[in-house]
Design a protein around this ligand. Structure first.
Ligand SMILES: NC(=O)c1ccc[n+]([C@@H]2O[C@H](COP(=O)([O-])OP(=O)(O)OC[C@H]3O[C@@H](n4cnc5c(N)ncnc54)[C@H](OP(=O)(O)O)[C@@H]3O)[C@@H](O)[C@H]2O)c1
Length: 336
């Protein structure tokens, strides 16, 4: 491994092995594999380890780091740790990076620190920029739909944010197809560059195939970046033989508990793993490749607890082609 204690000079060949996909019909390209800061960038992780993760990512062409106001623990910590990393090591590389953040879930107490009001979104981005030490983010997302706030108000806040120069593009996260289309119409009228949807999508979770998001994004020329593409680690070889002591379930089970490892789930994971082996891939590689195979998904937004996982995930790009039989078998296993 490189010596991360020394000053950081990124690898000269860092763009050579990454694929960059156009984000919908926009001018922005994103790496086919992006890095998420939801886990492993808060109080639980040593700073040196965070360095090794971001350096490995950037050295291998991952130009997109994804955050949110409340990633931690504590809330805000992923952004402030990212801010330190950017300030110390990436000042000269700011224009090579796409940094995104979000607001829409609970962030601070009281009625103004959650959901989709103009009051919340504008204040939250200001706080995020302070923690990140940035003048602007590249993409700002509304993190989840808020049925109690008029869509016009939330979209108007996104317009204000872009017009004030605090975000270059906007995105929507966790929207369904019809709601996203309504929002897109409002944003078009306001001339706001809405270019991307961020939704959970993986072999086990087909929600966006069912709620219209995937088809609508394709039809409207919007990008899709898929979060939890490895189902938080279930779609890897991590849990094939029990729960490792260094896994998310063992170390940080805020959002993934061992109750997810039912005998039925384990059986599916084993059968999917057999398909991956037959393809000459790891299960993680096959799971990411599967998301990219039909060309609709712009980028898979994977998390990583170890630098090697980032390298393995980029390895998925070596083979994103599937036979009809493989696709049918993956559907048959995952949908039963
Ligand atoms: N918009 C939203 O509402 C929303 C919600 C959730 C997440 N997100 C975004 O999506 C990002 C990714 O989410 P996620 O962390 O759930 O994604 P994920 O990629 O499904 O899961 C990441 C975990 O999988 C394991 N892993 C990764 N690569 C591996 C490999 N090659 N081999 C074996 N195990 C591997 C690691 O688990 P171990 O820790 O066990 O090693 C890692 O922490 C987040 O960081 C965040 O940016 C957005």
């Amino acid at each position: 491994m490189p010596d991360f204690a020394a000053a950081y000079t990124p690898a000269a060949n860092r763009y050579d092995s990454m694929t960059y996909n156009r984000c919908g019909a926009s001018g922005l390209k994103l790496p086919a594999v992006s890095l998420g800061f939801w886990h492993n960038f808060g109080d639980l992780t040593p700073f040196e380890h965070m360095k090794s993760l971001v350096f490995t990512a950037f050295d291998n062409g991952i130009t997109h780091f994804d955050l949110a106001n409340n990633y931690g623990p504590e809330y805000g910590k992923a952004e402030s740790n990212c801010g330190i990393l950017l300030d110390r090591y990436f000042r000269r590389h700011r224009d090579e990076l796409v940094i995104s953040t979000k607001a829409g879930y609970d962030m601070w107490p009281g009625p103004y620190g959650d959901h989709g009001s103009r009051k919340y979104l504008i204040a939250s981005l200001d706080q995020s920029l302070t923690r990140l030490g940035l003048d602007y983010v590249d993409i700002f997302y509304h993190h989840r739909p808020d049925p109690d706030t008029p869509l016009e108000e939330t979209m108007g806040a996104l317009a204000r944010i872009v017009n004030s120069g605090k975000a270059l593009y906007v995105g929507l996260s966790n929207y369904d197809g019809p709601t996203m289309e309504k929002a897109a119409r409002i944003l078009d009228e306001l001339h706001v560059p809405f270019i991307i949807n961020q939704n959970r999508y993986n072999i086990f979770d087909r929600t966006i195939e069912e709620n219209g998001l995937k088809d609508t994004a394709k039809r409207l020329g919007k990008g899709i970046i898929t979060f939890s593409p490895l189902a938080q680690g279930l779609l890897t070889n991590r849990y094939l033989n029990g729960v490792p002591a260094d896994s998310r379930i063992a170390l940080d089970p805020r959002f993934l508990q061992d109750s997810a490892l039912t005998p039925e789930r384990l059986q599916q994971i084993r059968e999917l793993n057999d398909i991956a082996i037959a393809r000459g891939q790891t299960l993680a590689e096959m799971s990411l490749a599967w998301l990219l195979h039909d060309g609709v998904v712009t980028s898979v937004l994977a998390g990583a607890s170890k630098p090697q996982q980032i390298l393995d995930n980029i390895g998925a790009l070596k083979n994103t082609t599937f036979s009809a039989e493989e696709l049918a078998r993956i559907d048959e296993i995952s949908k039963r």
